[in-house]
Ligand binder design. Structure first.
Ligand SMILES: Nc1ncnc2c1ncn2[C@@H]1O[C@H](COP(=O)(O)OP(=O)(O)OP(=O)(O)O)[C@@H](O)[C@H]1O
Length: 603
């Protein structure tokens, strides 16, 4: 069977499929963009029929003929009966069946043949029986949603390190929660009367029978665990004390970065505006005023007076300075992003700079790192922030840029609703979008051989100049970072192609550009910026649904609604934003098309 024949066969097995009218004989599912079909390199990789009100049978033979199929979403439809033999469809990564009427038991070995699964959602169905033991074989599983079914019996001893989301709530499960799952919250288990053990406050008694809430009593079989915990605790304390003394010694011996180190940077905060307590600030200020010496670094110099490697100036548009000047400056923590922490430093000369400590950039040795930095230093474009200087040591890398007083687009758009936000009128928002697009075009030319010429475009990395001309920062880091760190810290790795296929390309930058465009037009904080997805709004999904339902006006930031004459241009840009965030990179605009369309929008 060819792909189109297989899909038409599948459609025939459905009893209500009114919305699949674009699935027509003799057309190609990928190039003719059949609704609900996701393609990659011309092959069908996803079947996303969410909320299509379809019922009937699911022809597994037909699905089996789609060799590239990796994700199936039939969420919120009306399928019923036992779970189909999805385990016969090869290499599935996501199987999402939430919100149907499936019922009966899941066969014992169901998961043994489908070990590639990363997401398995069957919540809000009518499944019963026990959770099959074979679930423990899903070693890549990230999300497991079984909530609101009728599962009974014990939870299998799952020990899956990749598991990030677990919801077993509102079933009839009983017995002790396996210790490996005690890290999940109470919500993952609530609504199961017979469950006991952590994180619930029901202690298990005897043969895994539950007891009422007696949290302070330690049952005999737990006493050995208790001893082990105490021993481990002491070992951890010894280790921490050792690490503390070693670090302290090292930092005193090695460098003079005491001032920068003294600031305590909060962890796991995506954006923070932290101000140094005034005592520290004053102390730094007074030190700064003691000195009036000139910068100690010259362009290309690498060693300061004390023999310690110094700053290398990349661009002396703002005058030369050295590490000594930085260390004597008044410093303030700006935030702790994925790539490291950022400090504002005001030097004695009055120049304010941002010093970014690059935490994860250990892929290149000195020469490679120098070469990349020199590339950055040569960049000249009105929408690009060219760094001023850098510092390289194996254990400490700093990148110094000019401080831009208005701050980032993120702050101006979602921070306090002060004057800057009021100034974000339609012409200025258009100017920001067009400037960002030009900056991206420039980077895609300059770094055309890079997989990700920017790699980390998001509103906190778009700084706003005095006249609201946007300046892109934190670009071009891809060659410097090892992949696992890049995955954690660069926004391009949140693109759908990475989530689904672990692939990134210059089109991933287009996805990031699209997110910022939608953020600017809707005025909403995109949930895509958060790693746990909690908070903000999934702007991509919201825009898709509202456009599909012809309710585009609700997408526009209420603060732009007074620009009634510009409604069409705003909608035109919303459509461009949607085309940039298209989940299939093949169907997504490429950067040149995106720039051309963005430039066409006139006030
Ligand atoms: N040159 C600058 N001028 C003014 N503010 C800046 C400058 N560089 C960064 N900032 C602001 O400082 C804050 C922290 O920056 P940082 O780059 O550490 O965080 P981030 O952008 O959230 O994360 P990432 O490390 O992924 O880029 C952000 O709000 C950012 O907008």
């Amino acid at each position: 069977l060819s792909e189109y024949e297989a899909l038409l066969k599948l459609k025939q097995s459905f009893t209500r499929a009114d919305r699949l009218s674009s699935w027509l004989p003799d057309s190609s599912p990928c190039s003719a963009k059949w609704v609900g079909i996701i393609c990659f390199n011309g092959t069908v990789t996803g079947l996303h029929l969410t909320g299509f009100d379809i019922s009937g049978k699911i022809d597994i033979e037909a699905l089996n003929a789609l060799h590239g199929l990796r994700t199936i979403s039939l969420v919120n439809n009306s399928f019923s009966g036992p779970i189909p033999d999805f385990h016969r469809v090869g290499a599935l990564k996501s199987l999402l069946l939430t919100g149907n009427q499936f019922s009966g038991e899941i066969p014992k070995d169901f998961f043994a043949h489908i070990t590639s699964l990363k997401k398995f959602w069957i919540s809000y169905n009518q499944f019963n029986g026990t959770i099959p033991e074979s679930v423990t074989q899903l070693s890549h599983l990230i999300e497991l949603h079984l909530e609101h079914n009728h599962f009974s019996g014990p939870i299998p001893p799952m020990n899956i390190p990749t598991l990030k989301q677990l919801d077993l709530s509102n079933n009839k499960l009983e017995g002790e929660i396996p210790e490996s799952l005690s890290i999940f919250s109470v919500d993952s288990f609530k609504g199961n009367e017979g469950l006991c053990g952590k994180p619930l406050d029901k202690v298990c008694m005897g043969d895994n029978k539950t007891n009422t809430n007696v949290p302070n009593q330690i049952p005999p079989e737990k006493k050995t665990n208790f001893v082990v915990v105490v021993v481990l605790g002491i070992a951890a304390l010894v280790f921490i004390a050792f690490a503390f003394f070693t670090c302290k010694q090292r930092s005193e011996e090695e460098d003079n970065f005491g001032m920068l180190r003294r600031e305590k940077v909060p962890d796991s905060v995506s954006v923070v505006e932290v101000h140094v307590p005034s005592s520290t600030s004053n102390r730094s200020n007074s030190r700064a005023s003691e000195t009036s010496r000139k910068g100690s670094s010259r362009k290309g110099s690498t060693h300061g007076k004390n023999g310690m490697s110094d700053l290398v100036m990349l661009n002396d548009d703002r005058g030369a300075f050295g590490l000594q000047d930085l260390m004597k400056a008044a410093a303030e923590v700006l935030g702790n992003g994925g790539l490291g922490s950022a400090y504002k430093a005001v030097m004695a000369t009055g120049l304010s700079v941002v010093v970014k400590r690059l935490r994860e950039m250990n892929r290149l040795q000195r020469e490679g790192f120098d070469a990349e930095m020199r590339r950055f230093g040569r960049l000249r474009h009105r929408n690009i922030l060219t760094p001023l200087a850098y510092h390289f040591r194996r254990e400490e890398k700093l990148l110094v840029s000019e401080y831009i007083p208005k701050g980032s687009l993120l702050y101006v758009l979602h921070g306090d609703r002060g004057i800057s936000h009021a100034e974000l009128n339609w012409p200025i928002r258009l100017k920001i979008i067009q400037g960002m697009a030009r900056g991206m075009g420039f980077l895609h030319t300059e770094f055309s051989s890079y997989e990700l010429p920017h790699g980390n475009l998001k509103s906190s990395n778009v700084l706003l100049g005095d006249d609201y001309e946007p300046l892109l920062s934190d670009y071009g880091f891809h060659p410097l970072i090892n992949t696992p760190n890049a995955v954690q810290s660069m926004f391009a790795y949140k693109s759908p192609e990475f989530v689904q296929y672990q692939e990134v390309s210059p089109k991933s930058d287009v996805y990031c550009l699209g997110i910022v465009i939608l953020e600017i037009l809707t005025g909403k904080f995109p949930s895509q910026y958060l790693s746990n997805g909690k908070g903000g709004i999934d702007v991509v999904q919201w825009v898709l649904t509202s456009m599909y339902e012809r309710r585009e006006d609700e997408l526009i930031d209420p603060e732009l609604l007074s620009y009634t004459n510009s409604r069409n241009q705003i909608l035109q840009l919303l459509r461009i934003g949607a085309a940039c965030t298209e989940s299939n990179p093949e169907q997504r605009l490429d950067i040149r098309e995106a720039i051309r369309k963005i430039e066409e929008v006139q006030i």
